[in-house]
Design a protein around this ligand. Sequence first.
Ligand SMILES: [Zn+2]
Length: 436
Amino acid sequence: MNVLIVAGLVAAMPRGTTVPPVVPSIIPASTPHVGPSSRIIFMRRCPSSGCLITAGPIDDSRTNTSSIAERDTVIGPFSQGDAVWAGLMTCMRATYAPFDVTITDVDPGSTPHFEHVVGGQPSDLRSDIPNAGGVAPSTCTEIPNAITYTFDRYGNSSNYLCWTAAQETAHAFGLDHELLPTDPMTYIDGSLPKRFQPEAASCGESAPRQCSCTAGKQSSYETILALFGPGAPTPPTVTIRSPDAGLVQPHFVLRVDAMDDVEVARVELWIDGASTGVVATETPYRLTAPDGIAAGAHHVEARAYDIANTEAIAAIDVEMGPPCTAAAGCTDGDVCVLGVCIAGPSISGGLGDRCQANTECVDDQCVESADRTQVCVAACDGTAASCPSGFECLADAHVCWPTPDAGCCSSGGDPRGPIALSLGALALVVRRRRRS
Ligand SMILES: [Zn+2]
C-alpha cells in the first residue's frame, strides 16, 4: 500500500493522511534485496519558474514523475536566499553523514536518485494537505527514485527546513514517525538540528502507537544504516577537562568532555598505551585511575568511541606522585580531597566556588545549602582529613563543605529562589551544621 506521509508545520501538528493504494507493490516480494537503488539524494531547489512535476502511478525522479501529485503541476519557487539554502544543504549533509549516501543539489539527470523538491505550497501538489510542511510517499521499503517534498513554509530557518527534509526523504526509505524529540522522524519540537538516533523509539505523532512497518519500535539510524551502510567515519571530539598535565595522585579522576554527531558510545582510560579497563558510558565522563600505577611519568589517554567504534584520543603526560594531604601536596590553587588534588576555591568551578548548575563545577556537583547558598562540592569519606583545610566533611551528605569561618565563599544568603530546583545532584540539599 502506498501511504502518503505528511509533516506538520513548525508547530508540528500531526496530519497523517492516507490515500488509496496507488501502487500495490513497488518491489516484488520475491526480489532479493541487494542494496539501495541509489546512493544519491538530489535536493531540488525550485527556481522562480517553479519545479515541473508530472503525475503518474510510480515515482520516477528521472522524469519528475510523482505518484502523490494530484495532477501535472508546478511546485512554486523556494523564496529564501542562497544562505538559507546553503544552511539546509550543510544540515542535510551532516544529518546523513553517518550513512553511505550523497546529498547534492546538482541534478543527476538520468542516473537513478532520490529527489527532494523544496519550494511552493502544499496546494501546488494536492488539495488535501493544506497545513503540511512536507509530504512523501511511503511503503515499508525503499521507494526507488522517490520524489519527496518540503514546502516553502518555514521562512529562513534552515534547521526547520532540514528537519522536514530529513523526515520526508527518510519516509521514502520506509521510516515511520517517532516520538523521540531529537530525531528528525518526530513531530515533537525541541532542540535543532535533529539527527537520526540509534535508540529503539516508540512510533507515533503525539502519542505512542505501534510502528506501522516494524510492528514494535523503530530505530531510524539502524534502518538507514541497514539500507546504505556506513558513511565515512566521523570520529567524536574529546578533550580532557582535568587534571592538567603534571603532578597527579593515586586514584586521580580524569574528567572528559566527549561529543559526537550521533552518539558517544563510551570513553576509555588508557595509560602508557594500554587499556586500564576503566570505562565511562554516561556524561559527565569521569574515569578514576585504578590501583597499581607506579610513581613517575605516564602517558594518559581518554579514548572516545562513537557507536560505529570510530575512535578519538585526547592525552596528557603526568607524573604520578604520592597522595596529597589536607595540608600539603597540591599546588596552583588545587586542594586535596581524599588524597587527590582537585581545583580549589580560587579556580572557577573548583571546590567551594559559587555555582548555579552542576555543569559549572569541575566535579559536576553544585549543591544548595539551607540558606540557598550554592557551591561546588566533592565527595569525601566522612573523616575530617578527607577534606582540605577550610572545609569539613559533612557527616550526612559526605561532601566537602566550606566551614563557616573560612570566609572563602559561602558568606551571605543570596537567595536564588526556584532556580535551585533545576539542580541535579539528586536534589541533595545539605544543611550547614552549626559548630559549637
Ligand atoms: Zn512525516
